[in-house]
Ligand binder design. Structure first.
Ligand SMILES: [Zn+2]
Length: 464
């Protein structure tokens, strides 16, 4: 069914204006002055007076049903994408993590199986490279042909996912030949390993020591090293989940030198700080993830970097584990707490509140970092903005609604939210994916399985 969204304020990455939007065959057909489309037979009309009409969110960092630290992240492609949709997100890019010595082809098939018939919104995949990397680097052509145009390298997690500098150099050189964008988890895994063992030796086992085992310098050093290696190989890099002032400063400098470097952060590093690890009754475990939360001065610097344009993308690193189950494995030893937390449903609201309501930034800037840039950087060419010809992926927002985030009202398949009792202004009320209304006035109206795989193009920002 075709749709007409009337009387709303349309916010694209470029401008905000009052207008009507016409959606035909799942695509944005045209945008015209209010009341222009009175006579379109058969089209459903949505009145968006006093509402913002924004692109649906694009979350390029998720881990659904991911095996990790002896367990699985608890959201699968059904629950995870339902939660995303309820929060105003209409596309995700999930990380495929191959098993040791598994071919990339096999790993990709495995992830397609996880998603098929379950996703409610569209999804794409990144591919992680785990050691040994001799064979995987020969599968890059296959990746690009399969619509996977980005890979991920972990500089942390010694003896499991961590790659050596030599591995990274080889991968970057080869990725550049295929116009693949390399995502980097930048933490110095060698030093984390040393510091962790040292803390355990001293009997320091509570959640706060997770943060002390990976201080900010661990990220700064790794970012700096990777930037230099990427310069040598002339290949662009994209840093995921940046958390530290020093790390972001390194990126600012590289960008100043015209190096192709992209920066992602997440809501948690912007609004939550390290003191959470001191919460009583093991509750600090809820915030155990890597990199860890930082002191508040880092949060402030991240906000400044969002404003200054150093941060390109806000994503979630959604990787939930139940507090009363999986997280309990680490009750007596922080190294056994599965790393990760939920955020797929709350990203858009938390960031709208932070960027537009509190920092006073233009809503276009919010759209740019949460929708347009992630789509452009990762080759989701049909997504991430409002203009004729693109997929009609839209979130209609009530910008004045004040509400409190409560776990009991969310749809993430996990027993807590790290943003409990956080008060925000602005909420997506209806969500449209390829012209289909999937959330209407806060109610889910679509069936799992309607989401389709997004075969991604070469990065429009890194290789243009
Ligand atoms: Zn991640």
């Amino acid at each position: 069914m075709d749709l007409i969204i009337r009387n709303g304020t349309i916010i694209s990455s470029k401008e905000g204006k009052q207008a009507d939007l016409y959606i035909k065959n799942g695509k944005i057909d045209s945008i015209k002055e209010c009341e222009s489309y009175k006579e379109v037979p058969g089209a459903k009309v949505i009145d968006a007076a006093n509402m913002l009409v924004m692109p649906g969110g694009v979350d390029v960092h998720t881990h659904l049903q991911m095996p990790f630290m002896g367990t699985h992240s608890t959201d699968d492609f059904r629950t995870g994408t339902i939660a995303a949709a309820m929060g105003g997100t209409t596309s995700i890019v999930d990380y495929v993590i191959p098993k040791r010595r598994e071919s990339l082809k096999r790993a990709l098939q495995n992830w397609h199986k996880k998603a098929k018939g379950k996703a409610i919104i569209d999804y794409g995949f990144h591919m992680a490279l785990v050691p040994p990397v001799d064979r995987p680097v020969n599968e890059f052509e296959f990746l690009v042909e399969s619509g996977v145009t980005s890979i991920k390298c972990f500089m942390a997690y010694k003896n499991s996912l961590m790659l050596s500098d030599t591995d990274l150099y080889r991968i970057l050189a080869k990725a550049g030949e295929h116009n693949i964008l390399t995502c980097i988890h930048a933490e110095n895994g060698e030093l984390i390993d040393y510091l962790t063992k040292d803390l355990l030796k001293q009997g320091k086992r509570e959640p706060i020591f997770h943060a002390y085992s990976r201080p900010p310098g661990i990220e700064d050093e790794s970012v700096s090293r990777v930037i230099k290696i990427s310069k040598m190989t002339k290949s662009p890099v994209y840093f995921v989940h940046l958390s530290s002032k020093g790390g972001i400063k390194e990126i600012k400098r590289a960008k100043g030198n015209k190096q192709a470097v992209f920066a992602e952060t997440c809501p948690q590093y912007t609004v939550l700080s390290e003191h959470r690890y001191f919460a009583k009754d093991f509750e600090g475990a809820k915030y155990v993830m890597s990199p860890p939360l930082r002191k508040y001065k880092h949060c402030s610097y991240i906000k400044k970097s969002i404003k200054d344009g150093v941060i390109d993308v806000i994503a979630t690193d959604h990787c939930p584990f139940n507090f009363n189950k999986e997280k309990r494995r680490g009750l007596k030893d922080f190294t056994k707490i599965p790393n990760g937390m939920p955020g797929i449903e709350t990203r858009m609201a938390v960031m709208f509140n932070e960027m537009v309501v509190k920092m006073g930034l233009d809503a276009c800037k919010f759209v740019e970092l949460n929708c347009t840039n992630p789509a452009k950087i990762f080759g989701l060419n049909q997504k991430g903005d409002i203009k004729p010809g693109l997929d009609a992926d839209i979130a209609i927002w009530n910008p004045d609604l004040i509400w409190k985030i409560k776990h009991e009202n969310l749809h993430e398949n996990v027993d807590y939210t790290p943003f409990e009792d956080y008060v925000v202004t602005g909420k997506p009320v209806s969500v449209i994916s390829r012209g289909e209304i999937i959330v209407e006035n806060g109610k889910l109206t679509a069936e799992p399985g309607r989401g389709v795989y997004i075969s991604r193009k070469i990065s429009g920002s890194a290789y243009s």
